[in-house]
Design a protein around this ligand. Structure first.
Ligand SMILES: [Zn+2]
Length: 334
């Protein structure tokens, strides 16, 4: 740890942690990057556990400090028709994972962890499920039509096997203690109930090398091996892993710049080598959105423009090789 980092830790807004999966304190740095969305001056280090391979931000903002990295605009969603269509497609894809336990009998009970404004549980209620949610952000306050627990998942009052399914869409990478979430899911699920969750994939080039993770809102980075270990430790059997982009995407942004630097120049690709995004470019050059800005950006960053055209092909290749940036897991409570 250098002097700057030590000062930062002593400010008590951050904490140094052991591996959440195996408890080891031995880890190696993987990369450094800032909070690109809201605090570009705040840098964080992502490390990898030497024992089990779990990735995590370390040192990391404490549970109190992390709130500042979730300003109100983080929760804002565009109220457009196309966003509405996107949500319907996403919910249908998410719901397809629950179909296996839907057929016949009494209505099934679902707990959606990290339910935001409640749209996914509402979608499932329309499919005949009895739904509840867990949400600690203020977006839970607007939910009137079903029960919402407003504590961290491990602290909710339910302690017996009450649900047929627990879902967590892009939640576990955000929390300080994923192990507590796995334990709690095991506790509140009925025998043979399903725990369905989506996380980013630390084995993908986007997550590991291209600075595409939403640090420090993303605090943990999982692989299929570390997920398997979490499930083994908490009484689940892994039934299925889908690696793909049908629910969320993690595009391989700047793949071309990364390949040019690491393969041709044989140099490390660090955050300082990442080309400006179109938005960052406009802000730096004080340009309004439009054709002039786009042309100027293409002249300054031709690799980024070509890169953008390559994404669909690269993503397809990654999905075929099962190393795309997003994975959905289905685990059965034993
Ligand atoms: Zn570990």
């Amino acid at each position: 740890m250098d002097a700057l980092e030590r000062d930062y830790v002593q400010s008590r807004t951050v904490e140094i942690v052991a591996c959440n999966l195996c408890g080891s304190t031995r880890h190696t740095p993987v990369y450094r990057m800032p909070d690109r969305r809201f605090f570009p001056q705040d840098f964080f280090t992502v490390v990898e556990c030497c024992e089990c391979g779990l990735g995590f931000v370390n040192p990391r903002p404490s549970t109190a400090e992390i709130q500042k990295h979730y300003p109100l605009e983080y929760f804002e969603q565009p109220a457009t028709k196309s966003h509405e269509r996107y949500l319907q497609r996403r919910f249908s894809a998410e719901a397809s994972y629950l179909r296996a336990i839907e057929s016949g009998g009494a209505p099934r009970r679902l707990l959606d962890v990290g339910c935001a404004n409640g749209d996914f549980p509402r979608f499932m209620a329309a499919c005949g499920w009895i739904v509840e949610g867990v949400e600690i952000s203020e977006s839970s306050q607007r939910i009137q039509d079903f029960r919402v627990h407003t504590q961290e998942f491990q602290d909710i009052a339910v302690t017996e096997p009450a649900y047929d399914a627990v879902t967590a869409w892009a939640v576990l990478e955000h929390v300080h203690d994923p192990m507590a979430y796995f334990h709690k899911a095991a506790k509140v699920l009925k025998k043979n109930g399903l725990f369905v969750f989506l996380v980013t994939n630390f084995q993908s080039v986007a997550s590991r090398y291209l600075f595409c993770e939403d640090v420090p809102r993303h605090l943990h980075f999982f692989t299929r091996e570390t997920i398997r270990q979490y499930l083994d430790a908490t009484g689940f059997a892994l039934e299925r892993e889908d690696n793909g982009r049908n629910i969320y995407k993690l595009a391989p942004v700047n793949w071309l710049s990364y390949m040019l630097r690491t393969c041709l120049k044989r140099r490390k690709f660090s955050f300082e080598d990442v080309p400006l995004t179109h938005r960052e470019f406009r802000a730096r050059h004080n340009l309004p959105r439009g054709l002039r800005a786009s042309l100027k950006y293409a002249v300054y960053h031709p690799a980024s423009v070509i890169d953008r055209m390559l994404w669909p092909a690269i993503e397809t290749a990654q999905i075929l090789r099962k190393n795309y940036g997003i994975s959905t897991y289905v685990a059965r409570k034993l």
